[in-house]
Design a binder for this molecule. Structure first.
Ligand SMILES: [Fe+2]
Ligand SMILES: [Fe+2]
Length: 263
């Protein structure tokens, strides 16, 4: 089973990159299953029902989010209650709509996807992702998942690396999202858990992590809340390809994916 994990899809340029690459990669047999982080897919902040549907149509099988999940609350609240393939971090307050894990069948294999968020340097007070991830793991195993991938949405590399070792040998892969910058620390442990602490951003790189540079420079200079807009240029598609042994659920390899969209 070849699973493509896509890092934070940023605005329309990121969505166009998904449209360009994902279904063709599926059709060519390069990948079987796709997990994409979509917390910035609507104008750089949040996700809407229409955008979620567009990403599913363009080949994504499960969508994860993060701290920005409800930035467009009115346009996603009802949909996230209905469609189990759209996740919010499991360690959000239980009262928030949506779920932190799901099980989806692909080619006869049950794949569990778990989404948690970090506590270090995050703007919300998430409960412990370590405790949440155990609860969700029990849930997806109970639903028969033999392959399990975790999206740990966090700022600190240390917290993401720590959770990958906490889950060592218990899940197929732990991938990180949120920083929008791909790390170069991919590895498969001896016990068969793949890890890359950040998948990077799928969106415009002629930017400050997706947004037009000038507004962000002015924000830092003036400390005023200047409106940011989605940048346009140097669009790239970023993530990782994890190959998993279907029978054992162990990861066999992990490769970084980072391609430019040539106009
Ligand atoms: Fe993000
Ligand atoms: Fe985030």
């Amino acid at each position: 089973m070849k699973i493509l994990c896509i890092g934070d899809i940023y605005g329309e340029p990121g969505r166009k990159a998904v449209e360009l690459f994902v279904n063709p990669m599926k059709q060519s047999g390069e990948i079987d299953f796709v997990i994409a982080n979509a917390e910035n897919s609507a104008d750089g902040a949040g996700i809407t029902e229409n955008i979620a549907k567009e990403l599913f149509k363009n080949g994504c099988d499960v969508l994860t989010c993060g701290d920005h999940v409800f930035d467009r609350r009115k346009e996603i609240e009802e949909f996230i209650k209905k469609d189990a393939r759209l996740l919010r971090p499991a360690n959000f307050p239980k009262i928030a709509p949506g779920q932190g894990s799901c099980v989806v069948e692909s080619k006869g294999i049950k794949i569990g996807v778990i989404h948690v968020a970090g506590q270090v340097f995050m703007r919300f007070h998430f409960s412990s992702p370590f405790i949440s991830v155990d609860e969700e793991l029990e849930k997806v195993r109970g639903q028969g998942a033999s392959v399990v991938v975790v999206d740990m949405h966090a700022e600190a590399t240390s917290e993401k690396a720590a959770i990958s070792w906490y889950l060592d040998g218990r899940v197929s892969a732990v991938v990180g999202t949120h920083t929008h910058v791909q790390t170069a620390d991919e590895r498969v442990s001896e016990k068969g858990t793949a890890c890359l602490t950040d998948l990077g951003m799928t969106g415009p790189y002629d930017s400050v992590i997706g947004a037009e540079k000038e507004a962000i420079i002015q924000r830092f200079l003036t400390q005023m809340n200047i409106r940011k807009t989605v940048a346009k240029n140097d669009v790239r598609f970023s993530g990782a390809l994890v190959t998993v042994d279907d029978r054992t659920g162990r990861a066999l390899s992990i490769e970084r994916v980072h391609k430019k969209v040539i106009k």
